[in-house]
Design a protein. Structure first.
Length: 293
């Protein structure tokens, strides 16, 4: 089931997944799906060239100077392009504490966290020289050089594979598409919203910027066809009220019967509205089964 609410343990799990093996700290390097309580189980292995989506055309522009910074780092990565972002961590959760000690991180260094298709981006204020000195002194890490102001480290994981860690003064990227992410953040690589303006419309309709999830395709626990993409936002990962926005391929897909089915997305709907191909639902998060993160 797709959960639209990340619990405290879920946030910690997502962050820990990004740092697993970093460097040698855990034995969970490639198991992102089990650590994504807000996810749909996508493992990021689908063909990114799949063009089966009937992407509608929408005339909408992005003011990148005003848009939240995390949106510059989003790419069209696979069939779902799933992302989870938060800048409002639950009480008692400090992402800096999840980093191994040799990173030399202090409480409050991390301001926000983004995960998309297995790549993690930690936003904040970082002492690059100190971090690089600490990480480079450990086993299984080597310096690859500099890239657009970031220091690139190559980490050998316990299963024999490798991944990159890009360290900058305002972001740390953990994942093998780090250079593409950096390019996107600078405007030198097509961003998700530049590939598909439907996501710009999605962000325009979502009322919050602090905790946001979005992806292509349907919502796992809803039997509804014709969804192009959807997102959910809230003031924090554990908020008691959240807003879902679902964008359909065609206006004819959003029938009265479908609108009724969509309301099952919430544990208790406060209000809903429908405009063309876009459905908006505000309410309580769905019930999370006992034992979920």
């Amino acid at each position: 089931m797709t959960h639209s609410r990340i619990t405290r343990r879920g946030v910690v799990a997502l962050i820990a997944a990004g740092l697993a093996g970093c460097t040698g700290s855990e034995e969970r390097e490639n198991d992102d799906s089990v650590d994504d309580p807000n996810g749909d189980g996508d493992d990021g292995t689908d063909d990114p060239t799949d063009d089966s989506r009937d992407a509608p055309q929408r005339d909408v522009d992005v003011d990148w100077d005003e848009a939240p910074a995390f949106r510059r780092w989003l790419l069209e990565t696979d069939v779902t392009s799933r992302f989870d972002y938060t800048a409002a961590f639950p009480d008692g959760v400090d992402p800096a504490e999840e980093f191994p000690a040799f990173f030399g991180m202090s409480a409050g260094d991390v301001d926000a966290h983004l995960i998309q298709t297995g790549t993690h981006v930690f936003f904040g204020s970082f002492d690059v020289e100190s971090i690089v000195d600490g990480v480079a002194a450990t086993d299984d890490v080597e310096m690859r050089g500099q890239y657009e102001g970031y220091t690139i480290l190559a980490e050998e994981l316990s299963n024999g594979s490798a991944r990159d860690i890009a360290v900058g003064s305002d972001a740390i990227v953990v994942g093998n598409d780090a250079e593409r992410r950096i390019d996107a953040s600078r405007g030198d690589e097509d961003r998700l919203e530049e590939v598909d303006p439907e996501f710009t419309h999605l962000f325009d309709e979502l009322p919050h910027e602090t905790t946001v999830t979005g992806q292509y395709g349907g919502v796992t626990h809803l039997d509804v066809d014709g969804i192009h993409c959807w997102g959910v936002s809230s003031e924090s990962p554990s908020a008691e009220t959240m807003t879902w926005v679902i964008i359909f391929e065609r206006e004819s897909d959003l029938t009265d019967a479908v609108a009724a089915d969509l309301e099952e997305i919430s544990g208790e709907v406060d209000e809903s509205s429908y405009d063309g191909r876009t459905a908006t639902i505000r309410g309580r998060p769905p019930e999370i089964p006992e034992g979920a993160p």
